[in-house]
Design a protein around this ligand. Structure first.
Ligand SMILES: CC(C)(COP(=O)(O)OP(=O)(O)OC[C@H]1O[C@@H](n2cnc3c(N)ncnc32)[C@H](O)[C@@H]1OP(=O)(O)O)[C@@H](O)C(=O)NCCC(=O)NCCS
Length: 174
């Protein structure tokens, strides 16, 4: 919470742009803001679960029990969010999280940008931010499961489908 407090107390605090090093936990995304609104990425974990549910609803994802979503956030290695800030108000407009063994591997889950903010480069910027943060934690192997309709979105970010023929395998209960 401390980063948001500092931002609201000092609106000029965050001046890092999209191409600069993402060294802070609260980073302003330049080139995305319009009028009074500014957009930030954050690694803060305290996300209102109802706001996250609204964001997931907006892209048509099936609802999940909030107590399980809460556990998923708590035990994720990294949680990244995108926020639109207007005056003293902030709104969750993007989200992604990663699980990890804290040494070699991380897997990214639940990548979402609110439809109103899609197709403006924000999803790409948020993924780049997350990859940068994971690399900063010395994680070298980053994986994810892509829905078929977003494979090219991830390809553009450098993700490779079935490297060396390796296939993802799933086990589901009967
Ligand atoms: C997928 C998603 C996160 C992309 O976010 P976005 O902000 O709209 O994407 P961007 O505007 O940053 O697009 C970056 C690039 O990917 C491309 N792209 C975006 N969505 C794409 C898609 N569905 N298929 C193929 N390419 C796509 C863009 O054209 C752009 O290409 P460019 O770099 O050559 O200009 C967003 O559409 C979303 O939240 N979708 C619903 C939830 C979802 O499906 N999540 C993924 C689950 S695996």
């Amino acid at each position: 919470m401390v980063f948001w407090k500092r931002l609201f107390n000092n609106p000029d605090l965050s001046t890092t742009d999209q191409t600069s090093e993402f060294d802070h936990e609260l980073v302003e995304v330049k080139g995305q803001s319009a009028g009074q609104s500014r957009i930030f990425f954050s690694r803060e974990r305290e996300i209102d679960l109802y706001e996250l549910e609204e964001l997931c609803d907006a892209v048509g994802w099936a609802r999940r029990p909030l107590r399980k979503v809460k556990r998923a956030l708590t035990y994720s290695f990294m949680v990244v969010s995108a926020w639109e800030v207007k005056g003293k108000q902030r709104r969750l407009i993007g989200f992604a999280r990663a699980t990890s063994d804290h040494a070699f591997n991380a897997t990214i889950w639940d990548v979402v940008i609110h439809p109103k903010f899609q197709s403006k480069g924000l999803g790409k910027a948020m993924m780049k931010y997350m990859i940068h943060q994971l690399r900063g934690e010395d994680i070298s192997n980053i994986t994810l499961f892509a829905d078929p309709h977003v494979i090219d979105f991830y390809r553009r970010l450098g993700f490779v489908l079935d490297p060396e023929g390796i296939k993802g395998m799933f086990w589901y209960p009967d």
